[in-house]
Design a protein around this ligand. Sequence first.
Ligand code: GDP
Length: 219
Amino acid sequence: MTDSLPPVVSAVPKTNPAKPLFKVILLGDGGVGKSSLFIRLRKNHFTPILPKILSLDFHKKDVVVDSKEVEFEFWDTSGSERYDSVTRNYYRGVHAALLVFDCNSLNSLSRLYHWIENVKLYSEYALLYLVGTKSDIHEAETSVTDDQIENFCQTHKLYGKFCISSKTGDGVDEMCEEIARTLLQRKRESFKENMSENGLQYSISMTENQEEQHCACLR
Ligand code: GDP
Protein backbone atom coordinates (compact mmCIF):
# COMPACT_ATOMS: atom_id res chain seq x y z
CA MET A 1 0.00 0.00 0.00
CA THR A 2 1.40 3.44 -0.90
CA ASP A 3 1.20 6.26 1.58
CA SER A 4 -1.14 8.93 0.30
CA LEU A 5 0.28 12.42 0.10
CA PRO A 6 -1.01 14.96 2.59
CA PRO A 7 -3.36 17.55 1.12
CA VAL A 8 -1.68 20.71 -0.14
CA VAL A 9 -2.51 23.54 2.24
CA SER A 10 -2.09 26.99 0.78
CA ALA A 11 -0.24 29.47 2.98
CA VAL A 12 -2.24 32.27 1.40
CA PRO A 13 -5.57 32.86 3.17
CA LYS A 14 -8.58 32.45 0.91
CA THR A 15 -10.29 35.75 0.22
CA ASN A 16 -13.49 36.45 -1.61
CA PRO A 17 -12.41 38.51 -4.64
CA ALA A 18 -15.80 40.21 -4.74
CA LYS A 19 -15.29 41.42 -1.14
CA PRO A 20 -11.79 42.85 -0.70
CA LEU A 21 -10.16 42.51 2.70
CA PHE A 22 -8.30 45.48 4.19
CA LYS A 23 -6.10 45.31 7.29
CA VAL A 24 -6.32 48.42 9.47
CA ILE A 25 -4.26 48.89 12.66
CA LEU A 26 -4.87 51.18 15.63
CA LEU A 27 -1.81 53.01 16.94
CA GLY A 28 -1.26 55.50 19.73
CA ASP A 29 -0.24 55.78 23.36
CA GLY A 30 -2.05 54.07 26.21
CA GLY A 31 -5.16 55.88 27.45
CA VAL A 32 -6.03 57.70 24.21
CA GLY A 33 -9.03 55.44 23.56
CA LYS A 34 -7.88 52.73 21.13
CA SER A 35 -9.55 49.82 22.91
CA SER A 36 -12.77 51.78 23.31
CA LEU A 37 -12.78 52.47 19.58
CA PHE A 38 -12.03 48.80 18.93
CA ILE A 39 -15.02 47.75 21.10
CA ARG A 40 -17.23 50.32 19.33
CA LEU A 41 -16.18 48.82 15.98
CA ARG A 42 -16.62 45.27 17.26
CA LYS A 43 -19.77 45.40 19.39
CA ASN A 44 -21.13 48.88 18.78
CA HIS A 45 -21.16 49.78 22.46
CA PHE A 46 -19.05 51.61 25.05
CA THR A 47 -17.65 50.29 28.33
CA PRO A 48 -16.20 53.14 30.48
CA ILE A 49 -13.45 51.07 32.16
CA LEU A 50 -11.88 48.34 30.11
CA PRO A 51 -9.85 45.52 31.64
CA LYS A 52 -6.47 45.34 29.91
CA ILE A 53 -5.57 41.90 28.68
CA LEU A 54 -2.19 42.17 27.06
CA SER A 55 -2.47 40.65 23.61
CA LEU A 56 -2.90 41.72 20.04
CA ASP A 57 -6.51 41.36 19.05
CA PHE A 58 -8.36 41.69 15.76
CA HIS A 59 -11.93 41.90 14.58
CA LYS A 60 -13.41 41.53 11.12
CA LYS A 61 -16.11 43.96 10.11
CA ASP A 62 -18.10 44.22 6.89
CA VAL A 63 -18.80 47.67 5.51
CA VAL A 64 -20.93 48.53 2.50
CA VAL A 65 -19.89 51.64 0.64
CA ASP A 66 -21.39 52.87 -2.65
CA SER A 67 -23.18 49.45 -2.97
CA LYS A 68 -19.87 47.61 -2.70
CA GLU A 69 -19.03 45.34 0.23
CA VAL A 70 -15.58 45.36 1.82
CA GLU A 71 -14.23 43.50 4.82
CA PHE A 72 -12.05 45.27 7.36
CA GLU A 73 -9.70 43.52 9.73
CA PHE A 74 -9.18 45.96 12.61
CA TRP A 75 -6.21 45.31 14.91
CA ASP A 76 -5.74 46.67 18.43
CA THR A 77 -2.59 46.54 20.55
CA SER A 78 -4.74 45.87 23.67
CA GLY A 79 -2.38 47.63 26.04
CA SER A 80 0.84 46.06 24.77
CA GLU A 81 1.96 49.42 23.36
CA ARG A 82 2.94 50.32 26.94
CA TYR A 83 5.66 47.68 26.83
CA ASP A 84 6.87 48.61 23.36
CA SER A 85 6.24 45.02 22.34
CA VAL A 86 4.29 45.88 19.23
CA THR A 87 6.34 44.01 16.71
CA ARG A 88 7.02 44.13 13.03
CA ASN A 89 4.34 41.44 12.49
CA TYR A 90 1.65 43.84 13.63
CA TYR A 91 2.51 46.12 10.70
CA ARG A 92 2.72 43.39 8.07
CA GLY A 93 0.31 43.77 5.14
CA VAL A 94 -1.33 46.88 6.58
CA HIS A 95 -3.53 48.91 4.22
CA ALA A 96 -4.28 51.76 6.62
CA ALA A 97 -3.19 52.89 10.08
CA LEU A 98 -5.37 54.87 12.47
CA LEU A 99 -3.16 57.21 14.52
CA VAL A 100 -5.27 57.69 17.60
CA PHE A 101 -5.01 60.65 19.97
CA ASP A 102 -7.21 62.22 22.64
CA CYS A 103 -8.86 65.45 21.35
CA ASN A 104 -8.26 66.94 24.81
CA SER A 105 -4.54 66.23 25.02
CA LEU A 106 -2.00 67.98 22.79
CA ASN A 107 0.66 65.73 24.30
CA SER A 108 -1.09 62.62 22.94
CA LEU A 109 -1.04 64.20 19.46
CA SER A 110 2.67 65.09 19.65
CA ARG A 111 3.54 61.60 20.85
CA LEU A 112 2.12 60.07 17.66
CA TYR A 113 5.43 60.95 16.04
CA HIS A 114 6.93 57.70 17.35
CA TRP A 115 4.10 55.60 15.86
CA ILE A 116 4.34 57.38 12.52
CA GLU A 117 8.05 56.55 12.31
CA ASN A 118 7.31 52.89 12.95
CA VAL A 119 4.47 52.60 10.50
CA LYS A 120 6.50 54.31 7.78
CA LEU A 121 9.37 51.94 8.48
CA TYR A 122 7.38 48.71 8.45
CA SER A 123 4.39 49.47 6.16
CA GLU A 124 5.53 52.15 3.78
CA TYR A 125 2.42 51.91 1.56
CA ALA A 126 -0.17 52.16 4.34
CA LEU A 127 -2.50 55.15 4.29
CA LEU A 128 -2.18 57.13 7.50
CA TYR A 129 -5.24 58.67 9.15
CA LEU A 130 -5.37 60.85 12.23
CA VAL A 131 -8.22 59.93 14.60
CA GLY A 132 -9.13 62.26 17.45
CA THR A 133 -11.18 60.44 20.12
CA LYS A 134 -13.41 61.63 23.00
CA SER A 135 -15.09 64.32 20.89
CA ASP A 136 -17.99 64.18 23.38
CA ILE A 137 -15.74 65.90 25.96
CA HIS A 138 -15.16 69.61 25.43
CA GLU A 139 -12.54 71.04 27.71
CA ALA A 140 -11.82 74.54 26.42
CA GLU A 141 -8.40 74.82 28.07
CA THR A 142 -7.00 71.49 26.92
CA SER A 143 -8.76 70.92 23.58
CA VAL A 144 -6.46 70.46 20.61
CA THR A 145 -7.27 73.18 18.06
CA ASP A 146 -8.16 72.67 14.39
CA ASP A 147 -4.96 74.51 13.40
CA GLN A 148 -2.80 72.20 15.50
CA ILE A 149 -4.49 69.17 13.91
CA GLU A 150 -4.14 70.59 10.40
CA ASN A 151 -0.44 71.39 10.93
CA PHE A 152 0.21 67.93 12.24
CA CYS A 153 -1.49 66.33 9.21
CA GLN A 154 0.51 68.44 6.77
CA THR A 155 3.84 67.93 8.53
CA HIS A 156 3.46 64.16 8.56
CA LYS A 157 1.68 63.91 5.19
CA LEU A 158 -1.33 62.13 6.65
CA TYR A 159 -4.06 61.08 4.27
CA GLY A 160 -7.05 62.26 6.28
CA LYS A 161 -8.42 63.06 9.71
CA PHE A 162 -11.48 62.13 11.75
CA CYS A 163 -12.99 63.28 14.98
CA ILE A 164 -14.95 60.55 16.75
CA SER A 165 -16.48 59.55 20.05
CA SER A 166 -16.44 55.90 21.03
CA LYS A 167 -18.82 56.83 23.86
CA THR A 168 -21.62 58.12 21.62
CA GLY A 169 -20.49 56.45 18.37
CA ASP A 170 -20.37 59.83 16.61
CA GLY A 171 -18.25 59.79 13.46
CA VAL A 172 -17.31 56.09 13.64
CA ASP A 173 -19.45 54.77 10.73
CA GLU A 174 -18.52 57.77 8.58
CA MET A 175 -14.85 57.08 9.25
CA CYS A 176 -15.19 53.41 8.18
CA GLU A 177 -17.04 54.37 5.00
CA GLU A 178 -14.52 57.02 4.04
CA ILE A 179 -11.57 54.68 4.54
CA ALA A 180 -13.33 51.88 2.63
CA ARG A 181 -14.06 54.24 -0.27
CA THR A 182 -10.43 55.37 -0.49
CA LEU A 183 -8.97 51.87 -0.24
CA LEU A 184 -11.35 50.59 -2.92
CA GLN A 185 -10.39 53.45 -5.19
CA ARG A 186 -6.72 52.74 -4.57
CA LYS A 187 -7.23 49.05 -5.36
CA ARG A 188 -8.95 49.91 -8.65
CA GLU A 189 -6.12 52.26 -9.62
CA SER A 190 -3.43 49.69 -8.91
CA PHE A 191 -5.43 47.16 -10.94
CA LYS A 192 -5.48 49.53 -13.91
CA GLU A 193 -1.73 50.18 -13.54
CA ASN A 194 -1.07 46.42 -13.48
CA MET A 195 -3.14 45.98 -16.61
CA SER A 196 -1.28 48.66 -18.55
CA GLU A 197 2.15 47.53 -17.25
CA ASN A 198 1.35 44.04 -18.55
CA GLY A 199 0.35 45.47 -21.94
CA LEU A 200 -3.29 44.48 -21.47
CA GLN A 201 -6.03 46.77 -22.60
CA TYR A 202 -8.41 47.90 -19.87
CA SER A 203 -12.01 47.60 -20.94
CA ILE A 204 -14.29 50.36 -19.68
CA SER A 205 -17.32 48.07 -20.00
CA MET A 206 -15.87 45.60 -17.50
CA THR A 207 -18.13 45.31 -14.45
CA GLU A 208 -16.62 45.77 -11.01
CA ASN A 209 -17.01 42.11 -10.10
CA GLN A 210 -15.31 41.00 -13.27
CA GLU A 211 -12.59 43.51 -12.52
CA GLU A 212 -12.03 42.08 -9.02
CA GLN A 213 -11.97 38.51 -10.39
CA HIS A 214 -9.31 39.48 -12.95
CA CYS A 215 -7.39 41.16 -10.17
CA ALA A 216 -7.36 37.94 -8.15
CA CYS A 217 -6.08 35.98 -11.19
CA LEU A 218 -3.24 38.40 -11.77
CA ARG A 219 -1.97 38.17 -8.19
P1 GDP B 1 -6.32 52.78 25.25
O1 GDP B 1 -5.37 52.55 26.38
O2 GDP B 1 -5.75 53.65 24.19
O3 GDP B 1 -6.84 51.48 24.69
O4 GDP B 1 -7.56 53.60 25.85
P2 GDP B 1 -8.97 53.08 26.42
O5 GDP B 1 -9.86 52.68 25.30
O6 GDP B 1 -8.73 52.07 27.49
O7 GDP B 1 -9.57 54.43 27.04
C1 GDP B 1 -8.92 55.15 28.09
C2 GDP B 1 -10.00 55.86 28.89
O8 GDP B 1 -10.67 56.82 28.06
C3 GDP B 1 -11.09 54.91 29.43
O9 GDP B 1 -11.46 55.34 30.72
C4 GDP B 1 -12.24 55.11 28.45
O10 GDP B 1 -13.49 54.86 29.04
C5 GDP B 1 -12.09 56.58 28.05
N1 GDP B 1 -12.59 56.83 26.71
C6 GDP B 1 -12.20 56.22 25.57
N2 GDP B 1 -12.87 56.71 24.50
C7 GDP B 1 -13.71 57.66 24.97
C8 GDP B 1 -14.67 58.53 24.36
O11 GDP B 1 -14.89 58.55 23.12
N3 GDP B 1 -15.33 59.39 25.18
C9 GDP B 1 -15.11 59.41 26.54
N4 GDP B 1 -15.81 60.30 27.26
N5 GDP B 1 -14.22 58.61 27.13
C10 GDP B 1 -13.52 57.74 26.37
